[in-house]
Design a protein around this ligand. Structure first.
Ligand SMILES: Nc1ncnc2c1ncn2[C@@H]1O[C@H](COP(=O)(O)OP(=O)(O)OP(=O)(O)O)[C@@H](O)[C@H]1O
Ligand SMILES: [Mg+2]
Length: 332
């Protein structure tokens, strides 16, 4: 288990996950207070990855439940294996015949069969789905309930018993309590409002876009062989693009994809032309790409005009790059 908040951060880094103070503190508290985490935020900011990294850091199995519209208990908790039950009744036909042979009436035969039904509603025929697997696992696990906002409100309500008491009820078997309480991480893209009841049971964690320092650390970790200057330029560019009014703001995953693409193309530093040809890796809408291009062009024009003015005022002897660097610093 995690010993301190710093320990959380260090252990997550070994899994190539860069955790902010808030993320590290929340995970630490979740493990101490045995409360689930509800990680909410835009797509591609590392919510799912947090659960994976946490499992890796603690050397635990990650059990994942991917939510979708219409998901129900049969997919999430357990299902009776009807085909297997049927096969057994076929194979045991003679024994079933023996059991009902003494009965005089149909009701009597049904009663005789009912006495045996525990055999068919036992562990042998129970198909455990992720939630049941997570609480019955002999070793502690990390349970990821991914994209809970895609599930219906009824399913969310069904989760409450599990999230507050770490137990589930199966009518034929009774209440099953967790062997070990798992670390539970729920994620949501905030596509719909989640219930107060669910939120109350969880530690809320907003996972937003990273700051430049954290993003640079992630790029350096996740993009092998990225030249240091390129990594810095990529992060600067992405951070600037996030200030624009885009349809889809680039997230951490797009930053990584972009840096990987540039490395693949042997780019050592960004320029107008390589940005132009690879912007589609970073941005997902043509309108966003056009907007980014227009801004680059405008900035490019301003920079060259500024450099020309400066050359003129200083007799042309100055280094243009100094000027451009200063401009960039000022913008930051
Ligand atoms: N803090 C981080 N440290 C390391 N890698 C990160 C971090 N944040 C994001 N990533 C990387 O970004 C990518 C996207 O992360 P992830 O799939 O966890 O996003 P998400 O928030 O679950 O997105 P979605 O809501 O679309 O499911 C992953 O490849 C992950 O490795
Ligand atoms: Mg995810």
């Amino acid at each position: 288990m995690f010993r301190t908040i710093d320990d959380v951060r260090t252990q997550l880094t070994t899994q190539q996950y860069i955790a902010s103070d808030t993320i590290a503190t929340t995970l630490f508290l979740a493990s101490k207070l045995e409360k689930p985490i509800l990680a909410e935020g835009p797509a591609g900011t590392g919510k799912t990855e947090l659960a994976k990294a946490c499992a890796g850091a603690l050397d635990r199995e990650l059990i994942r439940l991917q939510c979708y519209e219409g998901i129900d208990e049969a997919r999430a908790l357990y299902e009776w294996e009807y085909a297997k039950q049927l096969l057994y009744t076929q194979l045991l036909r003679e024994r079933v015949g023996d059991i009902v042979s003494g009965a005089q009436t149909l009701a009597g035969a049904a009663d005789a069969i009912a006495k045996e039904e525990n055999v068919f509603f036992s562990d042998r025929f129970l198909l455990a789905r992720p939630l049941l697997k997570a609480i019955t696992s002999p070793k502690p696990v990390v349970l990821l309930i991914d994209e809970i906002d895609r599930a219906d409100a009824e399913f969310e309500a069904f989760l409450l018993e599990l999230l507050s008491d770490f137990q589930v009820s199966i009518p034929e078997l009774g209440t099953i309590k967790a062997v070990h309480r798992p670390i539970v991480i729920l994620t949501s893209n905030d596509t719909r409002e989640l219930s107060e009841a669910l939120k109350r049971r969880c530690l809320f964690l907003y996972v937003g876009y990273p700051d430049a320092e954290a993003e640079l650390a992630v790029v350096n970790l996740k993009v092998p062989g990225v030249p240091p200057k390129l990594a810095t330029q990529v992060v600067e560019m992405v951070q600037r693009l996030r200030q624009l009014d885009l349809r889809k703001i680039p997230s951490m995953s797009e930053t990584i994809d972009w840096a990987k693409a540039l490395v693949e193309l042997n780019v050592r530093h960004l320029d107008r032309s390589n940005i132009d040809t690879t912007l589609n890796v970073l941005l997902k809408y043509e309108s966003d790409i056009q907007k980014a291009r227009r801004i680059m062009e405008r900035e490019g024009d301003q920079e060259s005009r500024g450099a020309r003015d400066e050359d003129r005022s200083r007799g042309g002897g100055d280094d243009r790059r100094d000027r451009r660097d200063r401009d960039r610093d000022r913008r930051r």
